[in-house]
Design a protein around this ligand. Sequence first.
Ligand code: TAP
Length: 454
Amino acid sequence: VSYTLAGFLYLAAAALFIVGLRRLSSPRTARSGNQLAALGMLVAVVVTLADRQVVSYTTIIAGMVVGSAVGAVLARRVAMTAMPQLVALFNGFGGGASALVAIAEVDRVTLEAGTLVTIVLSVVIGTVTLTGSLVAFAKLQGLIGGAPLRYRGQALVDGAALAALAGAVALTIIAGSDWLWPLAGTAGLLGVLRVLPIGGADMPVVIAFLNSLSGMAASAAGFVIGSNALIISGALVGASGLILTSIMVKAMNRTLGAVLLGGFGAVGGDSGISDADRVANRASAEDVAIALAYARSVIVVPGYGLAVAQAQHAIRELERELTKRGVEVRYAIHPVAGRMPGHMNVLLAEADVDYQRLVDLEDINPDFPHTDVALVVGANDVVNPAAREDPSSPIAGMPILDVDRAMTVVVVKRSLSPGFAGIDNPLFYRENTLMLFADAKEGLTEVVHAVKDV
Ligand code: TAP
């Protein structure tokens, strides 16, 4: 491939990435956006293989076969609810790959000051991303405890690690590439030390942030090897990761600084609900069916439990039955409902729920006071009124869906157990709340039958 043609094709790939990303902003165009971006990646990979003096095609093909096989198995096996861990691993490997590319490049290029700086950046950001992501993975997968790790002298240890990293950076720049591995070692240590103190409840934000870092590492590696396509795609990942981080941080009413400092999400904490007040109104599927069938308006609030139970088709069926009876049915989507950004949207799309019925938090909250029934399915933290009412709650200030303001609230979940944040939910003990204790799929299926009989 001629130099100009290669440059042109890389540019085309970058344009495909950008258009693809743009199309991801609406569910209607997301599928084609994904395909366009994948096409861009294919172009970039093919041109790289044809254009560069690659080491050996045999090694590359072997790598691609093994990688694709692992990817295919993961794609089929990993449950949607475990997607955050998988994304964490992907980010980590992306960061690690960028660091390795930069280290490998040292022997091939003449080290000018500029190149050395980009190599140091790739190695530091890439390795922090790798080890930080591995810790995030281990926390979400339950391999290590999700609680924030606190110990005496933590600030001192962090400070020492930071100082060691600064020393390794200085030595690499002054004394050259021999110091790259110690540099990677200290950066890796910092990644572990920084993510361990952060609680499981903040992991999604950490993962989005590490995603952004993996993009920055790739971009820096792009400068090292002089690849425009890598610089641009890395920058796109870096920027979109940061935007996602900011959206999630806002949705949890935190700041990125507070999240990264860690400590949030400690289990325990007094909910302030006395045992005498812990009386829930238990309802049967028939009770729920009557409340729903005679309502004018129903807002469904899907949460993590809907995903676990795979109850998306059952809720869609219920929506059909209710709309047949003239009930207005909409879905309220909390930005961090479920376990990954867009979780509920993907789930409901799978069951062919019309996008028009999906309403965001800010737009739907004013409607709850005029709504007959808020039907909460497998959601907990995102409807916990303590966030609004109790300044001492660990989730105080987190924007929630104001379901408690609806005339009647129906909650479908198996028990009174807490959700992801591990805290009690006073909503379950309110007078206008009916609890249907059931697996979401089984419970909703019974409700559908009962609605048909009303
Ligand atoms: P959660 O607060 O985690 O509550 C889910 C509820 O679902 C649980 O209380 C559980 O109660 C119930 N459940 C589990 N299996 C069920 C089943 N088979 N049938 C019916 N119910 C079932 O969920 P949420 O309201 O969606 O909130 C999400 C939480 O996850 C937030 O704290 C958020 O910060 C965090 N988080 C979000 C993300 C993103 S980006 N979305 C990523 C990671 C973490 P029972 O055991 O009683 O059934």
